[in-house]
Design a protein. Structure first.
Length: 174
């Protein structure tokens, strides 16, 4: 299946999400003709729902959102380096490096078989959530703090970080 028109893609994805139990508020906020950027933003804001249902699949993300996903900090099955992202989501099999410095704050989701190297410096704050068989290696200096939440027994963490027990699914992050 090749690329499908954005309006059809939006309607199809909304229907799938409703079938998975998307709440009425989000159903009402999701226009059938939402743009790819709108849908990517919904993916970022709705990570708890997406993780709970492992939806949409990595191949769907790559096939339909490859032209916009990086603008929203989403990476799928790729190698990358990024700096100062406020939000980063890695799905599939990624190899990534994230630098956050100064007073930067970053919220990170590392899923599936992805691997991330975090370099935090200055007074940066980085909040990393690990799922599945994901791994993170942390380097921090100065007053920087990296907080790592593990949600699966298969995750791996190394370096200088604050390890926190997994919080219950469904908590909103600040």
């Amino acid at each position: 299946m090749g690329r499908i028109r954005t309006g059809r893609l939006s309607a199809k994805m909304k229907k799938e999400a409703v079938g998975l139990g998307l709440c009425e508020q989000w159903q009402g906020e999701w226009a059938d003709d939402a743009s790819k950027d709108d849908m990517a933003e919904k993916f970022v804001k709705g990570q708890d729902f997406c993780i709970e249902h492992d939806w949409p699949g990595v191949e769907v993300i790559k096939r339909n959102f490859g032209d916009v996903m990086h603008r929203h900090g989403v990476y799928a099955d790729e190698t990358f380096e990024a700096e100062g992202l406020q939000s980063l989501i890695m799905v599939g099999r990624c190899e990534g490096k994230l630098k956050v410095d100064g007073r930067g704050v970053s919220s990170v989701y590392v899923r599936h078989n992805s691997r991330l190297h975090v370099e935090a410096s200055g007074d940066a704050r980085v909040f990393v959530r690990l799922y599945d068989k994901a791994a993170v290696e942390v380097e921090s200096s100065g007053g920087a703090r990296v907080f790592v939440y593990t949600y699966s027994e298969g995750t791996k963490v190394s370096g200088s970080y604050f390890k926190l027990s997994a919080r219950p699914q469904g908590w909103d992050t600040v």
